[in-house]
Design a protein. Sequence first.
Length: 214
Amino acid sequence: MNQFLDQNAQTQIKDLFQQMDKPITIVLFTKEEPCLTCVETKQLLEEVSALSDKITLVTKDLYEDIEEATKYDITLTPSFVFLDENQNYTGVKFNGIPAGHEINSLIGGILEVSVMKFDFSKETIDQIKKIDKPVNIKVFVTLSCPHCPGAVQNAHRLAMINKNIVGEMIEAQTFGELSQKYNVSGVPKIVINEKYELLGNHPIEAFLAEINKI
């Protein structure tokens, strides 16, 4: 299989990873066939994690490691989550391969979990921290969508700031049945707590306005 990252991409990402502060762990869940992109996702994550000694990649099996899968509410494969330096789940989840434009969500997420600095006003961060109910944010994407990473990253930032929130990327073509269930006709499609929806890349304030309806 060809490499995902050519020498130029590796150099650029390695330079970005110089900004990393604390170590992070990526826990990847795969299974034996049929799994559309398990092999490719594992290879991509291996290539990325090799670019910094602050990234640890752990691979689990969805069915053999049931306790771990349940802990992070993993039901799809490939799926992976980010843990912080204390091995705590950050609420950041990816379902499907973050290739194409979604490489930006992957690299951005790694950096932000490690550094935990966000380009939000203090008022916005305080508003996010006050959310005291469970919130699940699904962001359906396609790998050719240039606007999708912004939506994914906002969902993930919300999760990083507040432990009551889980933000998950869902690659729409890999999980076609799920896309049908949620009537995904355009991307990014954002579904909050199975009820509230946004279509397109919205600012964090739009996410908060929908969350406040819960």
